[in-house]
Design a protein around this ligand. Structure first.
Ligand code: TXA
Ligand code: MG
Length: 317
């Protein structure tokens, strides 16, 4: 069994495995990551293999301090420093000019590298003990729902991963917000930190880039983060009762009658709680065997924007 609870001993074992080129799943404050030594191209190649991830999709590199950042990024502009001072450690990923030591596979041949400094104590302990930056995408098969619990990883990737560190449920439940700094500051992915908080530090962020500056980024593909069951965005009140019996409902605050299974994101209407529950509820509804999932829209504010971004991509047939 490759699923172990995170203890000082299992973290040491995981760190030793990582130094040897293994692939280890670990919790971060956003979702579980599938990590390998970012400076070891062969180890990184295994991540792509395990996830069946296309190699045009670059990875996020996780660091714990400035020294490690210096190994992966060639240059840190002032605006990046200001964002780091405010949001690191935490769920903000910055796209910086890459250092030569970072393998091309990590960045899909781009001249830039995406970097973040996670806040989760287990992620931090693991990186510190491994002593190397960790390249880590979300620990799910490409295009599928992200994992917010160790069991999700075990269920989706199983024994293909060398070790899965169980650190319980993740706090945010949606991935980091991604910001590009050059040629113009731009938002590449809505995520755990609402964009308005970032703009309060960085000023307005571009939402659309000129084509030649556009990185290939599947988190931006119209279809991503999807369950296997067909899913659509709809107010349950617009769904005839007769069409509910075989379907599942992902509700925002309250259930609606007649559905075969229902999961409520947040009874209090708290968007952060809703984000933390999003993927877990979708994993559960996907496993029940309903013929369709009706997802109720959530308010487009704060982290609700990242939730709606994930739901729109999940529902895009
Ligand atoms: O919260 C998170 O960010 C999680 C945890 C594990 O840290 N990781 C995560 O990784 O969401 P992943 O692989 O699912 O998302 C990586 C995305 C790519 O799809 C792309 O959108 C963007 O990061 N990316 C990576 N490198 C980039 C680069 N050089 N330029 C632009 N975008 C990049
Ligand atoms: Mg992902």
């Amino acid at each position: 069994m490759n699923l172990v609870s995170a203890t000082p001993a299992s973290i040491d074992r995981a760190a030793a495995l990582l130094r040897d080129g293994a692939v280890v799943a670990f919790p971060t404050e956003t979702v579980y990551g599938l990590g390998a030594n970012a400076l070891d191209a062969v180890a990184v190649a295994r991540i792509f293999e395990i996830k069946a991830r296309p190699t045009f999709d670059p990875l996020i590199v996780h660091v714990i301090d400035d020294a490690m950042l210096g190994r992966v990024a060639a240059e840190v502009p002032d605006l990046a420093r200001a964002l780091m001072a405010r949001f690191w450690p935490g769920p903000l990923t910055l796209v910086l000019r890459k250092a030569p030591e970072v393998p091309e596979l990590v960045t899909s041949g781009l001249p830039t590298v995406a970097v973040r400094m996670p806040a989760h104590p287990l992620a931090r302990a693991l990186i510190e003990r491994a002593g190397v930056p960790l390249a880590a995408p979300s620990a799910n098969p490409f295009g599928y729902l992200s994992p917010t619990r160790a069991e999700h990883v075990a269920h989706m990737l199983g024994e293909r991963v060398d070790l899965i560190l169980d650190g319980g449920a993740t706090e945010y439940g949606v991935e980091s917000t991604i910001v590009l700094l050059e040629p113009v500051p731009a938002l590449l992915r809505h995520g755990a930190i609402p964009v308005e908080e970032i703009e309060a530090v960085a000023g307005p962020l571009a939402r659309e880039l000129p084509d030649e500056a556009k990185p290939l980024a599947p988190g931006r593909l119209p279809q991503h983060y999807a369950p296997r069951t067909p899913i659509r965005l709809t107010e349950p009140s617009e769904v005839p009762i007769a069409e509910r019996a075989d379907a599942g409902l992902l509700a925002f605050r309250a259930p609606a009658p007649g559905y075969r299974a229902t999961r409520v994101l947040s009874e209090r209407g708290d968007l952060r709680e809703a984000a933390a529950n999003l993927f877990r509820h979708l994993h559960e509804l996907d496993a029940i065997g309903v013929t369709r999932i009706d997802a109720q829209p959530v308010p487009l504010e704060g982290v609700g924007i990242a939730i709606m971004d994930r739901l729109r991509r999940a529902t895009h047939a």
